[in-house]
Design a protein around this ligand. Structure first.
Ligand SMILES: [Cu+2]
Length: 149
C-alpha cells in the first residue's frame, strides 16, 4: 500500500511539476499554448543534450488541421509573424526557447475543445532523429503567469 502511494505521488509530481519530454538527445521543457477561438500559439524550450545538431522539421497533431513554425521579424519598425522555412536547428549544447515575441508554433483549426489546463498532443518531427510526442498545456491567461523557469 505504501509503495502504491509513493508511486502515485511520484507520478503526480512528474505531471504537475516537470512537464517535460525527453529523447536521448534532447529535452523539451514546459510546452504550453494559448488558444484563441479555434486557433492557437505554442511555446516551449528545447535543449540539445546529444552530440549532433538537432533539426526540427515540423510539428503535427491529429487535433489540428495545420501547425506552422513561426518567427517574428521586424520590418520598417513593425513586428510581423513569418513562417520559418526549412525548420529550426538546435546546435549541440544549445537551447532555443519558443516564446511570445520570438519563435512559436501556430495552430490552425484545432478540432477539439480545449479548456485551461487541458493538454493537446503534438508530434515533433526531426531530421535524423526519432519523433517526440509532446503535450501542450493550455494556459490561456498568461498575463498573470511568471514564466522564467
Ligand atoms: Cu505566428
Amino acid at each position: 500500500m505504501k509503495f502504491i502511494i509513493i508511486l502515485l505521488i511520484t507520478f503526480y509530481s512528474v505531471i504537475a511539476y516537470s512537464h517535460k519530454y525527453e529523447l536521448d538527445n534532447m529535452l523539451v521543457d514546459h510546452p504550453w499554448m494559448k488558444v484563441i477561438n479555434k486557433n492557437g500559439a505554442g511555446y516551449f524550450k528545447i535543449k540539445n543534450t546529444g552530440d549532433h545538431d538537432i533539426h526540427l522539421l515540423e510539428v503535427v497533431s491529429d487535433s489540428v488541421r495545420k501547425i506552422e513554425l513561426h518567427t517574428i521579424v521586424t520590418e520598417d519598425g513593425v513586428s510581423k509573424m513569418r513562417p520559418v522555412k526549412n525548420g529550426v536547428i538546435i546546435k549541440v549544447g544549445d537551447s532555443i526557447e519558443f516564446k511570445p515575441g520570438g519563435y512559436h508554433l501556430m495552430f490552425f483549426e484545432i478540432n477539439k475543445d480545449l479548456n485551461e489546463g487541458e493538454l493537446l498532443n503534438a508530434t515533433f518531427k526531426f531530421k535524423d532523429s526519432k519523433n517526440l510526442l509532446v503535450k501542450f498545456k493550455v494556459e490561456s491567461n498568461k498575463s498573470s503567469h511568471n514564466h522564467d523557469h
